[in-house]
Design a protein. Structure first.
Length: 122
């Protein structure tokens, strides 16, 4: 049975949202940081495994992060709060959207022409 929970890590001010399978293994994970709840990860175990199999793991992890590798039953020092499936899904969609938008809206590095910017108008 799938369950959804969230936990807060006070030291880093990060909210962790987890989707867990019946064995307590994390299948999807969201990390939101700070008072603005900035998405820093929104990873899927299935996508991670596919990226690993196709040689794109570094790209996937740099964009979406990764999921916890050990089952929740082995964790210590967390106080999970239950989430509804809809609450998790809403957070998932928003986090993925923001991560993709942030990646696609990064400014392009200026071309290196060999001249300093002050010389370009000469």
């Amino acid at each position: 049975m799938t369950t959804w929970i969230r936990c807060h890590w006070k030291e880093e001010d990060v909210w962790f949202f987890f989707e867990l399978d019946g064995n307590g293994q994390v299948t999807r994970q969201i990390e939101l940081q700070g008072p603005e709840l900035i998405p820093i990860a929104a990873a899927s175990l299935a996508e991670w495994l596919e990226a690993q199999a196709t040689g794109r793991l570094a790209d996937y992890e740099s964009e979406f992060g990764l999921t916890a590798q050990i089952p929740i039953s082995e964790w210590q020092g967390h106080s999970p709060e239950a989430l509804t499936p809809m609450a998790f899904e809403d957070a998932w969609v928003a986090a993925r959207r923001d991560i993709v938008l942030r990646r696609t809206s990064l400014p392009m590095a200026p071309e290196r022409s060999g001249r300093r910017s002050s010389e370009s108008s000469l």
